[in-house]
Design a protein around this ligand. Sequence first.
Ligand SMILES: C[S@@+](CC[C@H](N)C(=O)[O-])C[C@H]1O[C@@H](n2cnc3c(N)ncnc32)[C@H](O)[C@@H]1O
Length: 215
Amino acid sequence: MSPSPYYRDEMVTLYHGNCLEIAAWLAADVLVTDPPYGMDYNSGWVKGREDRPISGDKTTQARDTALERWGTRPAIVFGTWRVPKPSGVRQTGIWDKGDDPGMGDLSIPWGSSFEEFYILGSGFVGKRGGAVIRMNKPPVSNRPDHPTPKPVGLMERLIVKTVGTVADPFAGSGSTLLAARNLGRKAIGVELEERYCELIASRLAQGAFDFGEAA
Ligand SMILES: C[S@@+](CC[C@H](N)C(=O)[O-])C[C@H]1O[C@@H](n2cnc3c(N)ncnc32)[C@H](O)[C@@H]1O
């Protein structure tokens, strides 16, 4: 059972709520998502705005339950080496964020300048290439007001290797939904926090733009 959409246009439908209680996203063809990492992420001080933890980020339970419901269909799922990967991973890819060392353990001279993404299931398309995507993190001044927004261009590079309607049940600032729509693909999103649903709706209503930089 799913509630009425929070936002809808001809390509994107967004629901506000818990994706484990809303079934609509399960009707999509491919899952492209960035779930809570299960590492209690806190990005630290962010200039000019209050910093916020990610909902559901104490464990990987939300990720694992969502993936169990998705089954063996194709999926691209972001994650980190700090917590166990989901089961059924066929390939690990890297988003290389450029030279910005980010936050993390400041007692060692290496920062976390990359994130992982995992490929599960089958049915991917397109030219075979390396699994490292280099794209700089945008400056804080040019980011949507969410603790962990992905560049829309990065999500486009992933979605282009898939077919059909895209699901993002952990939609955050909506980058996956914008990227899908930019590529002429339908998308179904779910986001738990209403303030981020508002952000997604306003980004979608303004039209698609990318805030990432190709490195
Ligand atoms: C890592 S962020 C996603 C960031 C997104 N990829 C972007 O580019 O902005 C994970 C998001 O999932 C949301 N979330 C956590 N648990 C959820 C749940 N059970 N159902 C729906 N959304 C959830 C959080 O509020 C957060 O915005």
